[in-house]
Design a protein around this ligand. Structure first.
Ligand code: SAM
Length: 292
């Protein structure tokens, strides 16, 4: 039986013929809307010979599109039964490689570079994206489909309640653009919540490298108590993380925090959710200067 990627009945018939079921714990929802699939593929703007790392290929609906467009594909799939189907469908193609297993454990195989595509399982989407960026595994372009709420967190701007250290992390490495919103009916089985595509375009190297080492831990610390001022979160970060066990007696976090804030001209009365990405970087730099 051929796989009909566009129809719930067709997919069900294929799964039944193989005695396969869908596993909720792996976030398995197939994108059955062919128009959405080709728009996501278009958004990758593939160039001849590009390598694409595909996360969660499922039965290969996007994989076949990638191969048709001339990409070299390495696909990461956790479900052994789907892996078997993928090997049967694409195993004879030299442009296709399959990494069977949990992508959270196997992604170290990814060299970075060209493109990443994924209709990401809902339970690992944010963790995986954050891991890639924190460990500086960068892609020229990423096109992902995630829960709409995760898409909003990725693209959130200062001042919005969705703005978090995760948004700052994403924006420190990529230009982020919204793609289409996908209702549950675009998937089989249909999830209750909407999904959305997001495109990530890598920023210039000079821009990415301007971030000091303290940028990521400091950003997380400033958001750790959203309602506290950045002064208070900063003092806590300095005392409990940076100076932990290094100074005897009263920890001098307050003074150091004041000096760092003065050094970059940012008011300590502000809250993390009002800071631009560049301001987190400036504060991290000011702090590094004092500590050095
Ligand atoms: N790409 C297909 C599509 O668009 O129709 C399927 C997408 S489905 C939302 C997510 C896929 O990711 C499933 O095939 C699931 O088995 C796989 N998956 C879930 N958790 C995974 C993990 N930790 N590592 C690798 N693949 C995973």
């Amino acid at each position: 039986l051929r796989i009909n990627y566009d129809s719930p009945a067709g997919l069900k018939a294929f799964l039944d013929s193989r005695g396969l079921g869908m596993r909720k714990k792996f976030g398995q929802n197939f994108l059955i809307n062919p128009n959405a699939r080709s728009r996501l593929l278009d958004a990758l703007e593939l160039e001849a010979g590009d390598t694409v790392w595909e996360v969660g290929p499922g039965l290969g609906a996007m994989t076949s599109g990638l191969l048709e467009r001339g990409a070299k594909v390495t696909a990461f799939e956790i479900d052994p039964a789907f892996c078997q189907v993928l090997r049967e469908e694409f195993g004879d193609k030299s442009e296709f490689l399959l990494a069977e297993g949990d992508v959270l454990k196997t992604w170290q195989l990814v060299r970075g570079g060209d493109c990443l595509l994924g209709n990401l399982p809902y339970n690992i989407a944010a963790v995986l994206l954050a891991d890639f960026i924190e460990k500086k595994k960068f892609f020229k372009r990423m096109v992902v489909t995630v829960q709409r709420e995760v898409a909003q967190r990725i693209m959130a701007k200062p001042g919005s309640s969705d703005y978090s250290s995760f948004s700052v992390l994403c924006a420190s490495a990529y230009k982020l653009s919204p793609l289409m919103v996908l209702k549950g009916a675009s998937f089989y089985p249909p999830p209750k919540i909407d999904s959305q595509g997001v495109r990530f375009d890598l920023l210039d190297e000079a821009e990415r490298n301007s971030y000091p080492n303290l940028f990521q831990p400091l950003t997380r610390a400033l958001f750790s108590s959203r309602r506290k001022t950045i002064r208070n979160n900063l003092i806590n970060f300095i005392n409990s993380v940076m100076l932990k066990g290094k100074v005897a007696g009263a920890a001098p976090g307050g003074e150091t925090a004041q000096e760092a804030l003065a050094g970059c001209g940012i008011s300590g009365d502000r809250r993390a959710e009002t800071l631009e990405v560049a301001e987190f970087a400036a504060l991290a730099q000011a702090l590094e200067k004092i500590i050095d």
